[in-house]
Each structure stands twice: as C-alpha cells, then as structure tokens.
Design a protein around this ligand. Structure first.
Ligand code: ATP
Ligand code: MG
Ligand code: MG
Length: 549
C-alpha cells in the first residue's frame, strides 16, 4: 500500500479514529449507471479506495440507480470492469434500488412525524412557489393535510393510482429557509418506468437528495465523500439521517471535482459524442473515459499516480492534461520495449549491399533498462525510412538524409545518399544509398562522425501496421452551457490514420502490448481493430515532454 499525500479528508479521518468517533472507516464509490466512467470518476475512486486501504477500512461500490430512465446494465458492467481494472477491490457491491422498500418505510416515518406531505401541485407550480435567494417561498395549499390523509395518498401513489407528475411527496421543513434545499424538497415522485434492477415493482422513485443519505446510512458508511456542488445539500443530508431515525450516522465531506484542459467531463456530453457518432464508442481512444484511456494505452498505475499527485482540495482548479501524459511516460519508461516503426515509409536501396544478403543485428530492448536485454533484427539491401527523414533541398541544420549526406541508421550502419527517384508527380519514391561496412553499430567505429541518427525497418521482413495518431478531441475550453457549441468545437485532426511498417518481431504483438517506437512515442496495440494479420497501434503519447511535476 502506497501512502497518499496528506489532505484535509485524511486529517478528518485521522481525528475521527483517534477520538473514537468511528472504529473503522467505511467509504463508498456511488456511480449512477447512466454512462461510462471518466477520469474524474477515477479521482473519486482512488480517493475513496485509497483512504479506506490506508486506514484499514472498507469501501463499497454502490450503484446509485434511483433514476430508472437513464440507467442500464451495460453501464453497470462497464463500471465494475473499470474499477477492477484500476486495481481496486470493493468490499460490498450494492444497488441503491435494493433499498427501495426501506426508503419507502423511512418516508412513512417522516409522514407519521408530520414531516412529509403529499402535494398535488405540478412540477411548475412547485418551482414557481419555491422563492429565490432573496425571497421566501410560499406554502403549498396541501401542506397541512393530516397524517392519515398523507399515509393514504402515499400508499395510493405506490399502488399506481396516479399518473407521472400528478402527486409528489415533499419533506415539510421551512418554505422561508435561507437554504433553498430546505424549502419542502420533493423526496418521491411518480414515474411509471421500467427499472433495470427492480423491473416494474415500483412506480414511485425517491429523489437523489433523499435517497443518497439513506443509502450511506444503510451501508454504515462513515465518510461520504462527494463533489463541492453538494455542499448546500449537506444540511438536508443531515436532516434526512436524523429525522428518518437512521441508526448509523454518516457524514458528508466535499472536495473539488477534477477538471482537465481540452476535456469534456460530463457523462451527458460524452454520451452525446457517442450517440452522434463523433467518436468510435465510449472506448474511443480520444475519450476521457476509463475505457477510452485503457484502449489508448494508459495504465492503471499512471492514472493512480496522477490522481495521487493532483491531490484533494476544496478549491476549483483545472488540471493540465499534459500532467496525465507525464505519468504514462514515467510508467512506461522502463517497461516498454523500444523498437522501430516507420509511419510514412520511403524505400531505400543500399546499392553496395549484396543482392540476396541478409544479416542479423543486435539491438537494445530498452537503453534505460538493461534488464530487458537485446533482440536481433534483420538488415538487408532494401529498407524503409520515414519520408520526413529525407529532403531534396534541406534547410540549414537539417542533419538527416539529403543528396551527398551521411547519417547513422540506428542499430546498423552509416549510409550516404547518392541519388533519388521521383514519380510522375514529382514525389520522391526511392533513395539510392551506399553503406560503410566499417561503421557497424557496436563495432566501436570512431573514424568520422555524423550528426543525424534515423530509424528504419528491413523491407523484406517488415510487418505492415496501421498507426492511429491522436490530438485532443476538444479544441479549447470554451464549452457552451447547453453543450451545443462543444460539438461544433471538435478538433478535425483529432484522429489521423497512417500506414507503415514495424520490425518483424512484432508479429507476435498482442492487444494492449505497449511499445516505444524510436523517435515517435509510446503506442498501444489496439484491442478493437487489431486482427492476427492486421496490427493497429494507438499513439498513447509522444516522447516530447515539456511538463515537470
Ligand atoms: P457527471 O457529471 O460526469 O455525469 P456525476 O457526478 O453525475 O458525473 P456519478 O455517477 O454521480 O456521476 O458520480 C459518481 C461519483 O464520482 C460521485 O461521487 C461524484 O462526486 C464523482 N465524480 C464525478 N465526476 C467527478 C469529477 N470530475 N471529479 C471528481 N469526482 C467526480
Ligand atoms: Mg451524480
Ligand atoms: Mg450526472
């Protein structure tokens, strides 16, 4: 167990354990199964699970599935897979919908105490009579119904006698409270909808603000951690626990949600991208979803280290997405095989190399980690290099190939460009070079120096491969309130597909294997489009790093 940096929630837990207020902490991660998890959820997952791990407590995975309309078992399964992939084991797996009967009974407790009433007003009327920050609300004409009448009406709501929206159950608190959440909030509504877990058993559903504290209390959660938007809800959270006479008393603590540059982080918007086919599903490698990050090639370690580094605070901030890149580079640096891949190939003929000659050259698997050993790669008369590594008329300080210039081929020989061939359109399609046998890599040759080192693959044995290069999906952070403009603000270059070649030893590469292609960056074998005879690599992150943590 890695100890997390100190933060205000840890301090609270420490105090609560020291003072004996709690003997063991219980946290929970409570997603609504209405979409796939994103990197913001990962922050919450790490916070809740690592806190409990560190203090020998427990963490539940609880599906907050009290809204039947948007929820689906596909999401339930994806959430379980994502939490497990991040490396966490939940102690209890629960569904809020399993507590519907208990929640109903707790609502009866409120009614019997005169603390809840059935209202016949419409949703609009309720909204209009709520008042504002500066003006008190007005009481519903149905507020003074007797306990008996409320009990009977609530039972009829449950029995399905009312249509959607015809009746609600409201807490009876104070229509002039300065906290608007106390102005007789709705706690149950009529909704004739099929629920993914409870089917058609219920046609009334509890509202989030009423359900959530009960869920926490039922499970014996001690520290209920949520994002800052819920701060104003805390007094009502405590009211529900107290007035419903819950034996366990959880406490709510709020922290600032994670925001990332160039990233939309709302399930609603992410779903819009999926539904409008702007991306290749929830696991599109450009998506900030955990499944997208996984397919792109991010590792659980990189995400956990990122979450730890950004920490937990109560102030709003936007984290630079480059920071996540930093952590994946750090994680892969010593683990990923370093190999050569040519993305935009240009054929090179080494005219003084024997026609049918082929030799095996030794190459490091990871120059920073000798434990990864070496491999043998074939070299022969025809190779591929990058189109970008040749210029007919180079500018000053261009040290790669041009007519008359000599470069080092990584792991092989010096080659010198003598001639080139163009097609009818004037594109260079082939280079003619000579190699110098004296300059073989590893031979200790010091006769002369060259300024450029380029990568290559042997043409005869190379394996064709597709490379998918990514840029941020979102151009900038000017998100429209209603999400209309964010779809118009997509980066047209967010995906670029390039065909090329990789070394022959990559034939055995399997989905999710990760490599560093020399001079290009880190790549992941795409699990969706790779087949036994078609390798697809996702660019995880380039090598350039300007970010220092
Ligand atoms: P979204 O707004 O993206 O739909 P949500 O809060 O509605 O997110 P939930 O399924 O309710 O999604 O979230 C489960 C937990 O994850 C909640 O406790 C919530 O506070 C936390 N969470 C969601 N988004 C973030 C974020 N950006 N940063 C930190 N925690 C988050
Ligand atoms: Mg939510
Ligand atoms: Mg939401």
């Amino acid at each position: 167990n890695v100890s997390t940096p100190s933060n205000f929630i840890k301090n609270i837990v420490n105090e609560d354990l020291k003072s004996g207020k709690v003997s063991q902490i219980v946290t929970r991660f409570p997603p609504e199964p209405n979409g796939y998890l994103h990197i913001g959820h990962a922050k919450s997952i790490c916070l809740n699970f690592e806190l409990a791990d560190e203090f020998k407590g427990r963490t539940n995975l609880r599906f907050d599935d009290t809204n039947p309309v948007k929820e689906d078992t596909e999401y339930v399964e994806s959430i379980k897979a994502d939490v497990a992939w991040l490396g966490f084991e939940w102690d209890g797996l629960f569904f809020a919908s399993d507590y519907f009967e208990e929640m109903y009974q707790r609502a009866l407790v409120l009614i019997r105490k005169g603390l809840a009433f059935v209202d016949d007003q419409t949703a609009d009327e309720i909204r209009e009579t709520r008042g504002t920050l500066t003006q008190p609300g007005t009481n519903s004409p149905h507020r003074d119904r007797s306990v008996e009448e409320n009990l009977a009406l609530f039972e009829r709501m449950r029995a399905g006698e009312f249509k959607d929206g015809e009746r609600v159950l409201r807490a009876k608190i104070d229509m002039s409270s300065p906290n608007i959440n106390f102005r007789d909030p709705v706690i149950y509504r009529v909704l004739h909808a099929h629920h993914h877990n409870t089917g058609d058993t219920w046609c009334i559903y509890p509202m989030y603000a009423f359900a959530h504290p009960l869920e926490d209390a039922i499970e014996g959660v001690t520290h209920s951690i949520c994002t800052l938007e819920f701060e104003d809800q805390r007094p009502f959270y405590d009211w529900v626990i107290r007035e419903c006479e819950m034996p366990n008393v959880p406490r709510q603590y709020e922290f600032a949600r994670l925001n990332l540059t160039n990233t939309v982080m709302s399930k609603r918007k992410l779903k819009q991208l999926v539904d409008e086919k702007a991306v290749d599903g929830w696991d599109d490698p450009r998506m900030p979803t955990i499944s997208g990050l996984r397919r792109r090639g991010y590792t659980p370690e990189s995400i956990r280290n990122f979450a730890r580094e950004i920490g937990v605070a109560r102030s709003y901030s936007v984290v630079d997405a480059k920071m996540l890149d930093h952590f994946i580079r750090e994680d892969l640096k010593l683990k990923a095989l370093r190999t050569m891949g040519v993305l935009n190939p240009l054929k090179v003929i080494i005219t003084n190399y024997p026609e049918d000659g082929v030799e095996m050259l030794e190459a490091d698997n990871n120059s920073e980690n000798p434990e990864m050993g070496n491999r043998m790669i074939p070299f022969s008369r025809e190779i591929y290099i990058e189109q970008d590594d040749f210029m007919e008329n180079p500018p000053a300080k261009y040290f790669r190939l041009f007519p008359g210039n000599e470069v080092r081929l990584k792991n092989a020989y010096f080659i010198k460009c003598n001639d080139f061939v163009k097609d009818a359109d004037g594109n260079v399609i082939e280079l003619h070079c000579t190699y110098d046998v004296e300059t073989k890599s590893g031979s200790g040759f010091t006769g002369r120096k060259v300024k450029g080192t380029i990568h290559w693959v042997d043409a005869k044995s190379a394996v064709p491969a597709e490379f998918r290069l990514y840029e941020p999906l979102i151009l900038d952070d000017e998100e429209g309130e209603e999400g209309a403009s964010f779809l118009e603000n997509l980066n047209p270059n967010s995906l670029q597909i390039v065909q090329g070649f990789v070394e022959d030893n990559m034939k055995s590469a399997a989905p999710h294997d990760k490599f560093q292609f020399f001079r290009h960056g880190y790549f992941n074998v795409d699990p969706k489009y790779t087949t036994p005879d078609h390798l697809v690599f996702n660019l995880i992150v380039s090598l350039k790093s300007s970010f220092v943590v």
